[in-house]
Design a protein around this ligand. Structure first.
Ligand SMILES: Nc1ncnc2c1ncn2[C@@H]1O[C@H](COP(=O)(O)OP(=O)(O)OP(=O)(O)O)[C@@H](O)[C@H]1O
Ligand SMILES: Nc1ccn([C@H]2C[C@H](O)[C@@H](COP(=O)(O)O)O2)c(=O)n1
Length: 221
């Protein structure tokens, strides 16, 4: 596959993958791939171009020609679809759920495989998602599976939304997160699960700094 050093961080929604992956990419000076953003943009693009999930052929074509750009700076990840910024629109729970639904389709996953692997460029790559350590980069040198209870993840999301001035209902968030966990874990192709050689970290009772330090020491930096 590739000799490039790669750190994969997989885990369920809201476990802190993106936060830790971005911190590690900055620390190491490596590239960063948010694979969930690719599925989110695809779902967003399918709505934009009025392609229903049942039109598998059209969805695969869209995935193969997805005009997508990522820019990571000190403010986080900027995402552009067809030259237009969609960073905020793709971050809603509704967009996450739509992404989870297109991600079930095996031909869609196959169409997105090479574009994800192309992110493995010198000097290295940090990537987060569901199947980074199991399917996309099975030979990665460092693999982490980051998890936390659904209640804790919903609380974090609730707080995150509140900080953005968006009201949300905690029980609805728990239900949405649990539904997405179930779909992502039970699909036939590339389900959410830890790679056999991954370090499993439960962050339910760990703050961001504590998780970051554990990942740093696992990568021996
Ligand atoms: N260990 C932690 N303790 C407390 N809050 C955390 C922790 N890790 C992440 N958070 C917060 O939880 C929220 C979700 O984190 P993040 O977006 O990194 O999760 P994610 O796994 O990438 O989610 P998604 O799969 O939906 O993209 C953010 O507000 C983040 O600051
Ligand atoms: N490697 C990946 C990344 C993401 N998905 C799907 C399933 C998720 O529910 C959805 C959104 O991901 P998030 O941005 O919350 O990480 O996309 C996947 O199947 N495989």
């Amino acid at each position: 596959m590739t000799d490039m050093p790669i750190l994969t961080i997989d885990g369920p929604s809201g476990s802190g993958k993106g936060t830790i992956a971005q911190m590690m990419a900055r620390e190491l000076g490596w590239h960063y791939l948010d694979s969930g953003a690719i599925y989110r943009v695809l779902a967003f693009a399918s709505l934009k171009h009025q392609i229903p999930a049942s039109h598998e052929g059209a969805l695969v074509k869209l995935a193969q020609h997805l005009d997508l750009q990522f820019e990571l700076d000190e403010n986080g990840l900027k995402v552009l679809l067809e030259g237009q910024e969609v960073s905020q629109q793709i971050r809603t729970e509704k967009a996450g759920n739509a992404a989870s639904k297109v991600a079930v389709i095996p031909s869609v996953r196959a169409a997105l495989l090479q574009c994800q692997r192309d992110f493995a460029q010198a000097p290295g790559l940090v990537t987060d998602g569901r199947d980074m350590g199991t399917v996309v980069f099975p030979d990665a040198q460092f693999k982490v599976f980051l998890t936390a209870s659904a209640e804790e993840r919903a609380l974090r999301r609730h707080k995150q939304l509140k900080e953005k001035g968006i009201e949300s209902n905690l029980s609805d968030l728990i239900a949405e997160i649990s539904e997405r966990d179930k779909r992502d874990s039970e699909r036939k192709v590339a389900p959410l699960l830890p790679a056999k050689d991954a370090l499993i970290l439960d962050s339910t009772e760990l703050g961001i700094t504590a998780v970051y330090e554990k990942v740093r020491s696992y990568c021996a930096i």
